[in-house]
Write a protein that binds this ligand. Structure first.
Ligand code: ZN
Length: 292
């Protein structure tokens, strides 16, 4: 849609320039419209060119080895999907800052795996932009507190309404192992960022919600919250804090241990499969994904 508008503006500007040049018998309006078109076109297409150039660069072999050894979702993707994942990763690391807090230099592994965590959730939707315009800020060590003091408190990741995703380096490295544990701080916080896009993190990521899913979503989330509160869920207790945390925790389980979710929570699995347009259980078992 943005491209259609851009072309529309360019055509209007050029047409107006040509028209005025003919009426006024002067080249000046046409030249001005041409200059406008060049500047506007350059600024609009700059991002596209930057991304094309990022994708054309080969993925460093050390990155591929790291993904193969640590990112189970990537490891299980078929070759064509792996290429898509790698391109998204290159684009993310080109267009979004992934840096350490206040001069801290995070390890190359932590930076790549944090970015890989975000692009995992984008794999089923080539049209989706990452939900983290301010990128990722990595803290040293394992934990920080509510005032963002590293080494204190018990927070390992945070998704503030505005600003970068905040992650502790140690937790990123611990969560990306094979076989994957049923939790992942990057998946969790990325889900919160989807949820924040409509201004409210209430477990209902409205801006990315496929049409027709709303009613079922509300119903299933209500049931699942009740199951957590009764101790009948495979989701950890923290999911019972509210629908926002349920969505984030369910996303972690969906992408790390999809067989358990599919078995114990088939309706929740079905919802997330539609939302993310992915079937991790099929991917992990090496079967082709069926369309929902
Ligand atoms: Zn959370």
């Amino acid at each position: 849609m943005d491209l259609i508008f851009a072309i529309f503006y360019i055509l209007i500007a050029l047409s107006a320039g040509i028209f005025l040049s003919l009426v006024l018998h002067s080249y000046l309006p046409f030249l001005l419209s041409l200059i406008f078109t060049l500047f506007y076109g350059y600024s609009f297409f700059r991002k596209t060119f930057r991304r094309i150039s990022a994708v054309r660069k080969a993925l460093p072999e050390s990155w591929r080895r790291l993904l193969t050894e640590r990112a189970y979702f990537y490891l299980k993707l078929p070759p064509e999907e792996k290429r898509k994942f790698e391109n998204n990763l290159k684009i993310f690391l080109t267009d979004f800052p992934v840096r350490g807090r206040r001069g801290f230099q995070p390890s190359r592994e932590a930076r790549i795996l944090a970015a890989a965590g975000v692009v995992t959730l984008l794999q089923g939707h080539p049209e989706w932009e990452p939900p983290t315009p301010d990128g990722i800020l990595i803290y040293s060590g394992e934990r920080f507190d509510d005032d963002y003091n590293p080494g204190r408190g018990n927070i390992t990741g945070m998704a503030p309404y505005r600003g970068p995703m905040i992650l502790s380096e140690k937790r990123i490295l611990e969560d990306f192992v094979i076989p994957p544990p049923p939790f992942n701080v990057v998946y969790h916080e990325t889900a919160h960022f989807f949820d924040w896009e409509d201004g409210r993190a209430e477990g209902f990521p409205l801006n990315r919600m496929p049409p027709g899913l709303e009613e079922e979503w509300m119903e299933v989330f209500e049931d699942e919250l009740e199951r957590v509160s009764k101790g009948e869920s495979i989701l950890r207790d923290y999911a019972g804090t509210g629908p926002g945390e349920l969505f984030a925790v369910a996303t972690e389980v969906f992408f790390t241990t999809p067989f358990s979710m599919k078995k114990h929570h088939p309706r929740l699995y079905h919802l997330l499969r539609i939302f993310y347009n992915l079937d991790p259980a099929a991917i992990f078992s090496g079967k082709p994904q069926k369309r929902v």
